[in-house]
Design a protein around this ligand. Sequence first.
Ligand code: HEM
Ligand code: HEM
Length: 183
Amino acid sequence: MSSSPSPQKYSLAMRVVHWTRAAIIIALLAVGILMTTVADDFPGKFSVLYPNHKQFGILVLILAVVQLALKGRGGVPEPAALKPWEQTIFTITHKLFYVLMIAVPVAGYGLSSTYPESDGVPFFFTSLPELLAKDEAASGVFAAAHAILAYGLLALVALHVAGVVKHRLFDRGPAGRILDRML
Ligand code: HEM
Ligand code: HEM
């Protein structure tokens, strides 16, 4: 066991938002891939999978904005003791995460709003207005953007987790305890 002091943590609010949103995003990626792969008579495809994919997707957008607001008010510990190249990858992935956590749901909303046969955009006890005009061509563009950006987000999650695992397994000292900052 190392005797160096334990590293500073993210604030409780940041930690709760991080893990809640991480769980939702992983589920959304799985459901998104499932619902676009299975046949139309798959049980609950249009009554359960699509509406929940949409409303939890909007929730991610809100949580990302909340997390940015929390960040603006502190709640982030001093940077971990990383090598400069690791710090650069960390900073870039974290910024990209925020960009994608906003861009993916926005593209999803654009897709639902413009798609002529869409069932609307439910949001728990209410539903969001569909602000964009129905337009088959535009919905195709939004669908492509949504899929490409979502798979980009999936790749980023893989890189992020690989980074955390790498620190856990191969680094000594504070960098090896990076996960503790978020627990
Ligand atoms: C972070 C949030 C989200 C993630 C990670 C996500 C992820 C995905 C993924 C991976 C797919 C499958 C893409 C494909 O292979 O074609 C998908 C499809 C879809 N998503 Fe999302 N999504 C999110 C938010 C949203 C939101 C907010 C909406 C709508 C309000 C939405 C609406 C849709 C629709 C309608 C499809 C089906 C597209 C099609 O049939 O071509 N998504 N999503
Ligand atoms: C969809 C999944 C995930 C997303 C979108 C995500 C996103 C993020 C973001 C944006 C940050 C930076 C927080 C900030 O300073 O603003 C972060 C930090 C962190 N994440 Fe994740 N994360 C995800 C999953 C995970 C998983 C599965 C793990 C664990 C294996 C993890 C471990 C960490 C740790 C340890 C930090 C703190 C790094 C530091 O000390 O600066 N994350 N995550």
